[in-house]
Design a protein around this ligand. Sequence first.
Ligand code: NAD
Length: 478
Amino acid sequence: MESRNWIGGEWSTPKGGEMTVYNPSDTKQEVGVLHLSQADDVLQAGDAARRALPGWAGLTWAQRGEHLYRLAAALEAHADEIATLASTEMGKPISEMRGEVTRGIHLLRYYAAEGVRAIGQVIPSTQSQVLQYTKRVPLGVVGIITPWNFPVAIPIWKIAPALICGNTVVWKPAETASLTATRLVELFAEAGLPGGVLNLVIGTGSTAGSALIEQVELDGVSFTGSTATGKHVAAICASRNIKYQTEMGGKNAAIVLADADFKTTIPALVSGAFRSAGQKCTATSRIIVEESVYDQLAAALRDAVKDLYVGHALDPKSYLGPVASKAQFEKVSSYVRMADQAEVVARGTAQVDPASGHYVLPTVVAGVGVDHPLVQEEIFGPVTALLPARGVDEAIELCNKTVYGLSAAIFTQDLSNAIRFLEEAEAGMVRVNLETAGVEYQAPFGGMKWSSSHTREQGQAALDFYSQVKTCAVYYGG
Ligand code: NAD
């Protein structure tokens, strides 16, 4: 397969260079070729989005909703094809990838239904015969920049609310998910989305991403990716007075108190840390355990992790597949070497030849201090650190001892400790007896501290970002 740009309703092949995509589950297999955009391509996409804006914003909300329903139907009809392509391109196990595509379909339908929901308030005026009300209006042209780790759900949880609110979009997906992006947009084009409403530009962050945020006339930017890139994007948007939203990294902790029910806790810890090979912004990358059950928990994790099925992403039995790319493999492997020099509490085995792809074995590491890079840096791979705490006070203190604040969990049967954690944990999503990952699409999603620029995505919160409020007042007296 080859990537293409979709600009103003026309398909084109940009001439800014090529990249071959290899299957991370089997690096001998070529999956396709990316054709990279130059700044000019991105500027053309911005112009096309601007031209399409009046027509799209001029539709009723319900008419835009009808388009989103058609996109949902198109994705549903090709769900398995898209899941298989994404698994092959970036290594997420097919069982999880199918779930992600289903989530994409649900998100499209959720925002389609906004077409017939209330979009404002009536506010009493202090003057007689004055009708005062608010309504949502679009921002205008929105730039959307996405990572590779949720190649379907993240783009849709940005594009769907952007479109229902009446914006037009220029989307630059991550390099490691650009074949999936191309196919997704092909489906949307076939489903009749008008030209210029959604524009796809394939390219690198340094060329296409930079051109989008620095040169295109934009009214909003929604970015998900690393904290380093997000800070840069935010600074540029602030200097151009563009409304922005940056969802960034995490170093999410799960606290296990002595009274936790291990039957539900262990599967939740293992799933949080190792599904998607730990490549979720909400992955459990620190497990903070009350000292009195430390040995018991370490033994239970050892047993659970050794049996995890590490295999080819298209093998339906795979619990985790490879990491997404060579760059990811090299970065995550450097943390695995650090873990090997500390104390490895639990490690999995592979059901494939680990050298056939970018496989990293799931690892629980201990014996590292709170300032160690394994405890402070986002690894974005299947490595989690086990840390002892003397009690709930120290556990919450350790949980908060990070620059990140995306998600956090506690496992306990004690209601007062659970509520105290919900109050004191510095994270945008706080969960009791549930894994750190797995937040639902109809609820607000986002982080505190360096995990986010403090807006929220998904649910109704997304409408706040992708629209602006107009206050209208009408005197209807004689
Ligand atoms: P990344 O920051 O390397 O890239 C993200 C996107 O930004 C890509 O499309 C990339 O091409 C683009 N980009 C890179 N440099 C750019 C620049 N100078 N200007 C404009 N765009 C640029 O991140 P990644 O490796 O693709 O994704 C992994 C990261 O994403 C992790 O840190 C993870 O925690 C984070 N993430 C966060 C959330 C969340 O909602 N908080 C969700 C998923 C992933």
